[in-house]
Write a protein that binds this ligand. Structure first.
Ligand SMILES: CC(C)(COP(=O)(O)OP(=O)(O)OC[C@H]1O[C@@H](n2cnc3c(N)ncnc32)[C@H](O)[C@@H]1OP(=O)(O)O)[C@@H](O)C(=O)NCCC(=O)NCCS
Length: 263
């Protein structure tokens, strides 16, 4: 028999139950979650519908921490600062930053996961080893002028975040075929004389795919992670700089903890 409440409703949602004095996320009482599960575990619950085990919860936290900020040069930080310099509201600054998250900045996660998925599927269906299949795919991509998402970085030649994420994925026992495929891609680039290491987007894409996340939400993890960074940049811009200054995208100096005598 259908629930009379839902039967009369014009549409339904399965995310969070709200009734007087009751908030339940995916069926879990919010007060019981508070103080007991980490933010990363709660994000997993919201997006997957069930709580992760402790190790995967820790991995989710690490994914969110890995992308919390990357200084003032990423397009999203520059956009948030540019908006702040015009006197925009905090919400507009954050929205401006989020709008910069696309294929080449923070938005390579989903595409990378799908490209790695293609390698894994081709190996499963036709046999052959990951490196050969990756090599053939990269040749095809190169000839059609496409880039492999999740590889290469403007600053890092060995991104400190990726090794740690892979280490935690191993510890959680979830590093599988997509992580292996990402290593194979890196090797193929290396043998072609190109230093295009797996970047943080690529590592997150490989891990989320091995965790079974649906591609449609993957770039969202980077957005969730980067919002605190955007808030910090917009706030600092307002506090330290004059309105509508000309923002040089690269020529600035870090003066926070770890510099000079504060190290
Ligand atoms: C991040 C990125 C924009 C940095 O680029 P960059 O260091 O400035 O490198 P360039 O754009 O100057 O490219 C240098 C060479 O490497 C190649 N290259 C760079 N990234 C590549 C990639 N992901 N796949 C294939 N080739 C790539 C370029 O085609 C170029 O080759 P060429 O010298 O034969 O012309 C670039 O690596 C990229 O597009 N990566 C994919 C998107 C991505 O993962 N973004 C998230 C970043 S955290």
């Amino acid at each position: 028999m259908s629930d009379p409440k839902t039967a009369s409703a014009p549409w339904t949602t399965g995310i969070t139950r709200i009734e007087p004095n009751c908030v339940a996320v995916r069926g879990h009482d919010i007060a019981a979650l508070m103080g007991n599960v980490s933010f990363g575990a709660a994000v997993y619950l919201l997006l997957r519908g069930e709580l992760p085990d402790d190790k995967v919860g820790r991995l989710m936290d690490a994914i969110l921490v890995s992308s919390i900020d990357h200084g003032a040069t990423p397009p999203s930080a520059l956009a948030a600062r540019s908006a702040a310099s015009t006197g925009a509201s905090l919400g507009s600054c954050v929205a401006a930053g989020i709008l910069m998250i696309n294929d080449f900045h923070g938005g390579a996660i989903q595409k990378c996961a799908m490209q790695l998925g293609y390698i894994v599927k081709r190996c499963d269906e036709h046999g052959g080893d990951l490196t050969c299949v990756a090599s053939a795919m990269l040749d095809e991509m190169k000839s059609s002028g496409q880039r492999m998402s999740g590889f290469g970085h403007r600053v890092h030649t060995s991104d400190p975040r990726t090794d740690r994420l892979f280490e935690l994925a191993e510890e959680a026992g979830v590093a599988g075929a997509h992580v292996a495929a990402s290593r194979a891609v890196e090797d193929v680039f290396k043998s072609a004389g190109k230093n295009l290491p797996i970047n943080v987007d690529g590592a997150i894409g490989a891990i989320l795919a091995d965790l079974g996340f649906e591609p449609a939400v993957m770039n969202g993890l980077f957005m969730i992670a980067r919002v605190p960074g955007l808030i910090a940049h917009a706030t600092e811009e307002r506090q330290r700089q004059r309105p509508m200054r000309r923002i040089d995208p690269v020529n600035h100096t870090y003066d926070g903890p770890g510099t000079g005598s504060s190290a």
